[in-house]
Design a protein around this ligand. Structure first.
Ligand SMILES: Nc1ncnc2c1ncn2[C@@H]1O[C@H](COP(=O)(O)OP(=O)(O)OP(=O)(O)O)[C@@H](O)[C@H]1O
Ligand SMILES: [Mg+2]
Length: 405
């Protein structure tokens, strides 16, 4: 189940005129949007520190009591529900338009699967589900489906597909499995799957033993990425690493998230996120469970502070003394500092741009005539009115899933 802290998200479409506010909230559990409307004095959308939280609180309070067709809740100055709407014309749901795999020449050798072939097993995070499908040999294969129910996820899914597709097979990298499309004719890219690793990521279970050998797998993987492939991961953290004790020797540690990765030398490559720094903080966090040193702005994250701390309080079982882990870290950091990274010659090829969504039928309101447009999203009711085919992400609340009741 999605952690309640991450389940709701204040999305585009929110507005305020300082008398009345509308807060559009995405519920990642049901994958649908609600609008909460009421006095600005209560909803406080203009208060950046609130970040729409007052609308989210209203939704949490009433969502189990309202008819499933209702999408808008009107509240008074005390936050009490006064009326609702299920009028399709007012539905805050947007229709997202997706790029097609047919327009992505570099991905033509990727295997695809349609979303309907995937069966949901669990909802893990916003846009991250555990699914299964029948593989070629008719066995059920468990996969993580990284999907795109809001437009803001499109670019990052695209980047990760391109990056995973470019990586050679490696025992410590969770590889691209399938590109998920709506159907095999239009091939709209809705996300991708990677094989499921049957163990928690390193942020999840502080009772899991962490082994020196796994840390060595991490440092050599980072050397491989940085020094051989000239790729920077830029998001090395316990939540992006999984250790699977039963895996064959040398492959227990797996890196799972390449969303911020880039070829070195491209504009996306940012020194503040360098991987040596990432490994230092990651080892510190794995051992001490203290992530406070990365809670500040990246430019202020100083790995030397962590390196020079006299003591690292050990809050997780390890198969060697903390000092031995720190010694390996120190030697590795020193070895990396001795390497001068030459500027890449020739420079890496530019990152392929995400194809534009295929045009859909629309009305050009200025010219008052039908038109074809290629945009990222448009109101669902408008998209439907002009006969466009819409991807539907909505699903029943997880509280109604048979396995959860
Ligand atoms: N292949 C996998 N096998 C098992 N669990 C996975 C796998 N991929 C992801 N997960 C779980 O889902 C979580 C989120 O996955 P991932 O890091 O890919 O998503 P994300 O949206 O990029 O998250 P974040 O931005 O917080 O790093 C991971 O921390 C891990 O717990
Ligand atoms: Mg991650």
């Amino acid at each position: 189940m999605i952690d309640p802290e991450y389940r709701f998200y204040t999305d585009n479409g929110s507005w305020t005129n300082h008398v009345e506010d509308q807060i559009v909230v995405m519920d990642f559990d049901q994958r649908r949007h609600y609008a909460i409307r009421g006095p600005s004095s209560f909803l406080r959308l203009a208060d950046e520190e609130r970040d729409g939280i007052d609308g989210i609180e209203v939704l949490k309070r009433y969502m189990d009591q309202i008819d499933p067709a209702i999408h808008t809740l009107f509240v008074d100055a005390t936050g009490t529900l006064v009326s609702t709407s299920s009028d399709p014309e007012e539905d805050p749901q947007q229709a997202i338009l997706y790029p097609s795999l047919l327009d992505a020449p570099s991905l033509q050798d990727c295997r695809m699967i349609t979303m309907t072939e995937l069966t949901e097993l669990d909802r893990i995070m916003p846009g991250i589900d555990l699914m299964s499908y029948e593989d070629d040999d008719v066995t059920a294969k468990k996969v993580i489906f990284k999907n795109t129910p809001i437009m803001q996820f499109q670019e990052r899914r695209w980047r990760e597909i391109i990056m995973l597709h470019s990586l050679p097979t490696h025992p410590n990298i969770v590889a691209l499995d399938r590109i998920v499309v709506d159907d095999t004719t239009s091939q709209h890219i809705l996300g991708f799957t990677v094989p499921y690793v049957p163990a928690p990521s390193l942020d999840k279970d502080p009772t899991q033993v962490f082994r020196l050998e796994w840390f060595k797998q991490l440092t050599s993987l980072v050397d491989y990425l940085n020094l051989e492939l000239r790729i920077a991961n830029q998001d090395i953290a316990p939540r992006n690493l999984i250790c699977f004790e039963q895996a064959p020797a040398g492959s227990q540690l797996r890196m799972i998230d390449f969303e911020f990765s880039t070829a070195m030398g491209l504009p996306w490559h940012v020194e503040e996120f360098n991987d040596v720094k990432g490994v230092i903080f990651t080892l510190y966090e794995i051992i001490t469970l203290d992530s406070s040193y990365r809670k500040v702005h990246p430019s202020e994250q100083n790995p030397d502070i962590v390196m020079n701390l006299e003591e690292w309080p050990c809050r997780r079982p390890l198969d060697a003394e903390v000092e031995i882990f720190r010694q390996h870290l120190k030697e590795w950091v020193t070895s990396r500092q001795a390497i001068t990274m030459s500027p890449t010659t020739p420079p890496p090829p530019p990152f392929p741009a995400m194809p534009k969504p295929r045009p859909v039928a629309y009305i050009d309101f200025a010219a008052q005539q039908p038109a074809q447009i290629s945009i990222a999203q448009l109101p669902r009711v408008v998209a439907e009115e002009y006969g466009n085919y819409i991807i539907s992400w909505q699903r029943p609340p997880s509280s109604m899933r048979p396995s959860d009741s």
